[in-house]
Design a binder for this molecule. Structure first.
Ligand code: MGD
Ligand code: MGD
Ligand code: SF4
Ligand code: MO
Length: 685
């Protein structure tokens, strides 16, 4: 790349946030110092621009030693008091190792909880720490249960995998793209800006909220949250009635159509329209368009964060197989392209499950607070790549549980967060700009280099190095704990069969794997017990679930209640960037959007303060009256930091942690609340 004026070096790297886009980045260095982090014009996704949040944060707080954690810290005084003293790495590591040994001897390693998620999705920093936890035998807080586990389980019953979706490049052959329960405007900004507008087919968005992506779509269906299985069955009903079923595809690849067909035939369009709020004519139009195909179906993660989210995904995912929109160009469905194998990456090599006994327990994030409240179940908690106090349910109880003086909490982060405030040891993690790694996008089929462009700030270290040091301090002698980052990157790439070294990949930024557009399930092999697509699943039945997806809809909220959605905010990435001043100014006060009739019924006006509450907590939010929402639905966003709210809480103070029907996964979009004028409540004696 040609250096721009005044730049003495230009480096390519990749954004490793938990985002569909995995943008390519250009880093400009002047006088040996990073002077700008921006989009790589040559990158097929970012095309020269990063999203607003990253271009803001990466050029400010993320490189600011005054804002980052720079030294290991040890708590002094009361737990949660937020007073820490700096300690050396050696002292921190040896003290933590000694405590872990003591806990293992007295209570067993299963009483050490490992809570982590996707603060970074780069491979070494995201996965290699699992070597330590597998060897230790700690209890893992099942990562995906905070996000998307219901959908994974549902798709595994049906197709045998949730991790191999359509290749987005297939859009060039698609006549129709359905975006169902995803909001790329916020969660995949470049898919919103480029991929969808450039698609030649018609775009259908199915979302209770009239999102900016829905506004731009050719057709927007606006179902009530949790009613999507009814909508899917109604679409199937039209497809069956009008002879649009692909019988040949079903005969060749599907188990259980005969079992399912009666409930499809019996699904009344009048009932479905009443349950979902979607007009019959719109259901018919989308059914015909989708069935004609070739069609792509993007199943978003918002779709399954419901008490019946597993059934919803199972029902929606019937569509590609019933209409034969699969195994051919321009067709398929996508939940996540999360298979690292597809990109040639050996995940087991990185996480080394063989180091454990194979019986390491896991528990759901929905049950984390129960485990933390019980000193017989939890003696220590590790938190890395995550800010659970802000992102997990049962916030009030969680805070109290984290205040337990007899719980050893070790938190790794780039910044002092709501969660690190409650830790015993806070360990400074290096940012993605400060070490080499690899990033595999979970949407586009890219493999990218995350290239070190500057030295770690202060004494910070990459996650994998912190756990390597802890492993050695605990006398874990296995070779895995002696491999350097460079060793691991070289091994990963050597095993991938790709003609790349880290240096060659870093020079390119990103490559496509495979080079040409992939056809989903091209070999027509499905990793289910029958080897076919299982509409009827004996495995689901054995797990206590219905054998076939059910035509049903969540009941509407009880009288006076609203269903509260809290999806991704365009200016936050989960909780990341909640501490970025410029973004905070832009975000302003946290809002709750209400349909004009719901607002009027509560005598609430735009801009007024509302108290939002339920059995789990209460939160003051500013009312935003918006015709973009159906009646009965309220909208706020996830990711605010508690420390920036006058009451020290965010939306998860309202989340009771109810589970979805599959995978013990979050049902956060099923939360119900009562909304009232704050002034009425304050006026009360
Ligand atoms: N109400 C509500 N709550 C939700 C959701 C919702 O829709 N509504 N969504 C849920 C979903 S989908 C998810 S995925 C979770 C996400 O919840 P979290 O995983 O808690 O959110 P993140 O912001 O991704 O947390 C990442 C933390 O990792 C830190 N980090 C970044 N890079 C590194 C690194 O290299 N090393 C270390 N050690 N730390 C790093 C960041 O500074 C940040 O503090 O939230 C869930 N919570
Ligand atoms: N800017 C930004 N980008 C992000 C994130 C972020 O926090 N901020 N988070 C990242 C993470 S961890 C994840 S998991 C993804 C999530 O990104 P998405 O897959 O887009 O999921 P959500 O943002 O949870 O919700 C998407 C849409 O689902 C809709 N929805 C909610 N309930 C229902 C329902 O019952 N039916 C239907 N049809 N739609 C429903 C919501 O109104 C919302 O518009 O985004 C990633 N990208
Ligand atoms: S968060 Fe997403 S859109 Fe923003 S720079 Fe990173 S990958 Fe790109
Ligand atoms: Mo997520």
């Amino acid at each position: 790349m040609t250096p721009e004026s005044g730049a003495d070096e230009i480096l390519l790297t990749t954004c490793p946030r938990d985002c569909y886009d995995s943008c390519g980045i250009v880093v400009v260095k002047r006088g040996g110092v990073v002077s700008a982090v921006r989009g790589n014009p040559a990158h097929p996704v970012s095309r020269g621009t990063l999203c607003g949040k990253c271009s803001t944060a990466y050029n400010r707080e993320w490189r600011d030693p005054e804002r980052r954690l720079t030294q290991p810290l040890r708590r002094v005084a009361r737990k949660g008091g937020g007073t820490f003293e700096p300690v050396s790495w050696d002292a921190a590591i040896s003290e933590i190792a000694e405590s872990l040994q003591r806990i293992t001897d007295s209570h067993g390693a299963a009483s050490i909880l490992n809570a982590h998620y996707t603060g970074t999705i780069s491979l070494l920093a995201g996965i290699a720490p699992m070597r330590f936890f597998n060897r230790l035998g700690a209890t893992e807080i099942s990562p995906d249960t905070i996000c998307n586990m219901a959908g994974h389980v549902a798709l595994r019953y049906l197709y045998g995998t949730s991790l191999v979706g359509f290749d987005p490049r297939a859009a060039r052959d698609a006549e129709c793209i359905v975006v169902w329960g995803a909001n790329p405007h916020a969660s995949a900004p470049h898919a919103h800006d480029h991929w969808l507008p450039e698609a030649r087919g018609k775009v259908v968005v199915i979302d209770p909220v009239r999102t900016p992506t829905a506004v731009r779509a050719d057709i927007h269906l606006q179902p009530f949250p949790g009613s999507d299985a009814a909508l899917a069955f109604a679409l199937l009903h039209v497809i069956l009635r009008e002879g649009l079923v692909d019988d040949a595809f079903i005969a060749a690849h599907v188990e259980g159509w005969d079992e399912l067909r009666p409930s499809v035939a019996a699904c009344s369009l009048e009932w479905a329209s009443r349950s979902t709020g979607v007009p019959i004519a719109a259901i018919e139009e989308v059914a015909r368009l989708y069935a004609r195909g070739p069609s792509l179906l993007w199943l978003g993660q918002g779709l399954q964060r419901q008490t019946t989210g597993g059934n919803v995904i199972r029902a929606c995912a019937l569509l590609p197989a019933v209409t034969g929109n699969l195994c051919k160009p321009g067709a398929g469905f996508l939940y996540l392209n999360g298979s690292l194998k597809q990109r040639g990456m050996d995940e087991d090599y990185l996480s080394a499950p063989h180091l454990g006994s194979g019986q390491a327990p896991t528990i759901s994030h929905m049950d984390l607070v129960d485990a933390l409240e019980d000193p017989t179940r939890s003696r220590a908690l590790f938190v890395w790549n995550m800010n659970p106090l802000a992102s997990c349910p049962q916030q009030t109880r969680l805070r109290r549980a984290l205040e337990r003086e007899d719980l050893l909490t070790v938190a790794l982060d780039l910044f002092p967060t709501d969660t690190t405030q409650l830790a015993d040891y806070v360990l400074p993690a290096a940012s993605f700009l400060e070490f080499d790694d690899l990033v595999a996008s979970y949407f586009h089929l890219t493999l990218s280099a995350q290239t070190k462009v500057m030295e770690p700030i202060g004494d910070s270290l990459p996650n994998q190095e912190i756990f390597r040091r802890l492993a050695r301090a605990m006398n874990f002698t296995e070779g895995e704990f002696h491999e350097t980052d460079a060793d691991m990157l070289a091994t990963l790439l050597a095993r991938s069969g790709l003609p790349e070294t880290f240096a060659s990949l870093s020079a390119k930024g990103s490559i496509w794997v495979p080079t040409e557009t992939a056809v989903q399930f091209e070999n027509r092999v499905f990793d289910t017990p029958s080897g076919r697509i299982e509409f009827a699943s004996a495995r689901a039945a054995a797990d206590g679930l219905p054998r076939i997806p059910e035509c049903r809809s969540d009941p509407r909220p009880s009288s006076g209640n609203l269903r509260l959605l809290s999806p991704a905010d365009a200016w936050l990435l989960n909780t990341s960037f909640g501490n970025v001043s410029k973004i905070g100014k832009r975000l302003g006060k946290a809002t709750i959007a209400l349909n004009p009739l719901d607002a009027a019924e509560r005598h609430l006006e735009d801009g007024e303060a509302a108290v939002v509450r339920n059995d789990f907590g209460s939160l003051e939010l500013q009312v935003l009256v918006s015709a973009d929402l159906p009646r009965g639905v309220a909208l706020t966003h996830k990711g605010r930091w508690l420390g920036f709210d006058p009451a020290g809480a965010n939306v998860n103070v309202l989340n009771g942690g109810f589970k979805s029907d599959m995978g013990e996964s979050t049902a956060v979009h099923s939360v119900e609340v009562v909304v009232r004028r704050a002034s009425d409540l304050h006026a009360r004696p």
